[in-house]
Design a protein around this ligand. Structure first.
Ligand SMILES: CC(=O)N[C@H]1[C@@H](OP(=O)(O)O)O[C@H](CO)[C@@H](O)[C@@H]1O
Ligand SMILES: [Mg+2]
Length: 485
């Protein structure tokens, strides 16, 4: 990974030069993955994800022979001018060494580096946007981020509430930030309690991904009562899930689909009450992995349009920006709510109690990228606005029984899909067979697509019973195996 970090430093510097010397962000993190894993995320000068048109260049730069690196960069970027890069990292012990290599790479091209230390991924995105607007010191950046969250939250929820939020921080960077936020929220009456705060291994038996994929509580002792909420962040705090327990003590996951449903419900209510339902459009963006129960609830019960995009937050983010208020979440809990310029302008000029609330929501929701900590405050605000308990929220709609499995093939790139991953175009004939099997299952819905992050094909299915869903996925897996791809 060290040589890759060096190349990433050079690439970020070249990208900055391309964007007239504006800051490019580098986040050293492998998110929800195991402690020994490493990864890197690049951030565009706006603070948003880097446009995907750069992915190809990044691949070339990461893989070309070392002695061709500068020629390759020159081919894509020409002569390198002024360049500035901001670097942040999660709590992995590999972070400092990787950061040194990144900085070496940036400096090789004569770039300036601002290091902002241990930060969450959304905090790094926010820092990039801020640094490109005006100079900030590192401590100003952190203070602004935390104070910004607390001061957007307070007007929505008021003061003297009685809510405890137990936050599983995946033993990662989220713990440091939630502790800081806690102090700024005292007046509101929301008490943040950090668990899995860094005393044990990162993402091990805890965190949003563990809770979502295992459908079980994170490590720890959880005592549900009427005023206690439970939330889980992932290792770089850009994802969030909630959970609760039934009266009988059964664990209940509250995932990204349910966050979308709650937020959409609350925002629709505020739009109607502010008299703006006709002048501000709203919509929800999901992927095909969204549970059919949530899709039906949002579309039919709430009457809110849904757009389905291929997997990957970059697709969801883009589609959400097509609405005045676009709500997007992947089922795994990564997402946010985007407000268009038209929306904020209209809200500012309307100035009634409910439009003011919506404006505060627009400041709370991270406008650049999915943000686990901001989403947690957003969810709490929405629960308060809709006067719902965690139990009410968990009961808004019923999840359909579903099954997600992966299967190994020789070459997953042989599988090509269309229609937001829901239909296979290659190999020819495969989709017809999947359709035929699915049509025989009561309430059946299924699709298969090559993973973008692992060397596997993922198969997702829904049916009226868990057994039928599992059998449907297994049958599709067998059909794919028959194609010998
Ligand atoms: C089914 C599933 O959870 N897929 C995940 C996973 O993508 P795949 O392309 O399925 O490997 O990792 C992505 C990046 O973290 C995330 O955006 C996406 O939701
Ligand atoms: Mg993450």
């Amino acid at each position: 990974m060290l040589p890759v970090a060096y190349r990433v430093g050079m690439l970020a510097a070249a990208l900055s030069s391309h964007y007239d010397g504006q800051f490019i962000g580098i986040m050293l993190t492998a998110s929800h993955n195991a402690l020994p894993d490493n990864g890197v995320k690049l951030v565009a000068p706006t603070g948003e994800m880097l446009p995907s048109s750069w992915e190809h260049v990044a691949e070339v730069v990461a893989n070309c022979p070392m002695d061709e690196l500068e020629t390759e960069l020159a081919k894509h970027f020409g002569a390198i001018g002024k360049c500035s890069v901001v670097v942040g990292m999660d709590t992995r012990p590999s972070g400092p060494a990787l950061r040194e290599m990144v900085m070496k790479g940036v400096r090789k091209l004569g770039g300036e580096v601002v290091e902002i230390g241990v930060v969450t991924t959304p905090e790094l995105h926010t820092a990039v946007a801020r640094l490109n607007r005006e100079p900030h010191t590192v401590s100003q950046l952190e203070d602004d981020y935390i104070v910004g969250l607390a001061s957007a939250f307070q007007p929505v929820v008021g003061v003297h509430n009685k809510v405890k939020i137990v936050v599983d921080c995946a033993n990662g960077v989220g713990a440091l930030k939630v502790q800081k936020l806690k102090k700024k929220m005292a007046k509101t009456g929301y008490e943040l309690i950090v668990v899995n705060g860094g005393e044990a291994e990162l993402n091990h038996n805890c965190g949003a991904d563990y809770v979502k994929t295992g459908n079980c509580p994170p490590h720890g002792d959880y005592k549900p009562d009427a005023v206690t909420h439970f939330a889980s962040l992932d290792g770089d705090a850009d994802r969030l899930v909630y959970f609760t327990f039934t009266d009988a003590g059964t664990f209940q996951l509250i995932d990204g689909d349910r966050m979308s449903a709650l937020i959409a419900m609350a925002i629709k209510k505020l739009l109607q009450k502010s008299g703006l339902a006709d002048s501000i459009t709203m919509g929800v963006v999901q992927t095909a992995y969204a549970n059919g129960g949530s899709t039906e609830f949002i579309e039919k019960t709430l009457g809110i349009p849904i757009v389905c995009t291929p997997t990957g937050v970059k697709h969801l983010h883009k589609a959400a920006s097509g609405f005045d208020i676009g709500i997007y979440f992947e089922a795994n809990g990564h997402g946010t709510v985007l407000f268009s310029e038209n929306a904020t302008k209209t809200l500012r000029t309307t100035r009634n109690e409910h439009s003011e609330l919506l404006l505060a929501v627009s400041r709370l929701a991270n406008q650049l990228v999915g943000d686990g900590i901001a989403d947690m405050l957003l969810v709490e605000a929405m629960l308060k606005i809709t006067k719902q308990s965690l139990k009410d929220w968990a009961a808004l709609y019923k999840d359909r029984p579903s099954c997600l499995i992966k299967t190994v093939v020789k070459d997953r790139t042989k599988l090509k899909t269309t229609d937001a991953d829901r239909s296979i175009t290659e190999p020819a004939g495969l989709q017809t067979e999947i359709d035929r099997i699915t049509a025989c299952v009561r309430g059946g819905r299924a699709f298969a697509r090559p993973s973008g992050t692992e060397d596997v094909v993922r198969i997702f299915s829904e049916a009226t019973t868990a057994e039928d869903a599992a059998k449907l996925a297994a049958d599709i897996s067998a059909v794919i195996a028959g194609y010998g791809i």
